[in-house]
Design a binder for this molecule. Structure first.
Ligand code: DGL
Length: 297
């Protein structure tokens, strides 16, 4: 990567990317926490799913997109809204850009270990995330600190892709079949362990199907994702760097601008954003304004 040209200006946007539309779940949390900020979101839909690719590919794509956000948009902070890309590429990106605040996401094992009562926690994630050294190190740290907690991981091949299809078409049939299969392995009665009481959604696509997932679990099972912790960390880093853009006073909160870009089809991202973007609290039924552009990288 060429030397970074970091933005030092509060008015610069925040850059967010994912392999596809999954990061919109993180973008919702970011926009709720940081209502005055502008965001540029990149969906690398032509190259999704990352979770079934090798590390070299995921790393190269992450660098290309981060580089684009840094140089073309001069984003003041980068959010890797993808567990798979975070696991594989964040270390390299931080090493190459030491002065650039970068927020990565990881499956929320720590909050789950705090919240579980039965000590049985399910973890849904991509194959690549679960196989990564970063995930294994996280798992080791958390289970060393809380040895009574057992994490039962399931690699959900195909689930992110089926969620992409649902987001575009509204048809969740394939995603629901896969959920039945993957959750079935966690919910099946067994002699040697109690049922899970908490489920970590370790891929940013999965919270987009929260109602469908909740419907398949026992009452009171906690669904835990990392969108809000990521938004809090983004706010902390911006504040520490003196780069936080604050909302003005008064009832009419200014809303930042939202630009979406995709390496895939513009119409697909448009449809997915209409389905998945949530209006932050306090904005009532006001339409969510965004632009969508093609990104040929
Ligand atoms: N949304 C991504 C994640 O959080 C990856 C999904 C995929 O492309 O496999 O891991």
């Amino acid at each position: 990567m060429s030397p970074a040209r970091q933005a030092t200006d509060c008015d610069a946007p925040i850059g967010v990317f994912d392999s596809g539309i999954g990061g919109l779940s993180v973008l919702n949390a970011l926009r709720a926490a940081l209502p005055a900020e502008d965001f540029v979101y990149v969906a690398d839909s032509t190259h999704a799913p990352y979770g079934e690719r090798d590390d070299a590919f995921i790393s190269a794509r992450s660098i290309a997109i981060a580089h684009h956000l840094r140089d073309a948009h001069r984003v003041k902070l980068l959010v890797i809204a993808c567990n798979t890309a975070s696991a594989v590429a964040v270390q390299g990106l931080r090493g190459a850009n030491p002065d650039w605040p970068i927020v990565a996401i990881e499956p929320a094992l720590k909050p789950a270990a705090r919240l579980t009562r039965s000590g049985q926690v399910g973890v849904l994630a991509t194959r690549s995330t679960l196989a990564s050294a970063r995930f294994r190190a996280l798992h080791r740290r958390v289970t060393e600190a809380q040895p009574q907690v057992r994490f039962r991981t399931v690699a959900c091949n195909g689930l992110a892709t089926s969620i992409e299809r649902w987001a575009i078409s509204g048809n969740d049939g394939t995603a629901c079949e896969l959920l039945d299969r993957y959750l079935g392995t966690l919910l099946a009665p067994s002699d040697d362990c109690e049922p899970i009481d908490s489920l970590v959604l370790g891929c940013t696509h999965y919270p987009l199907l929260r109602p469908q997932i909740a419907q398949r679990l026992g009452p009171g099972t906690l669904l835990i994702d990392a969108g809000s912790p990521v938004a809090r960390q983004a706010e902390r880093l911006l504040r520490a760097a003196g780069l936080l853009r604050t909302a003005g006073d008064g009832a009419h909160l200014p809303r930042g601008r939202l630009e979406l870009a995709t390496t895939g089809g513009i119409a697909n991202l448009h449809a997915a954003a209409r389905r998945c973007l949530q209006a932050p609290a306090g904005t009532g039924a006001a339409p969510i304004n965004f632009s969508v552009a093609a990104l040929p990288i």
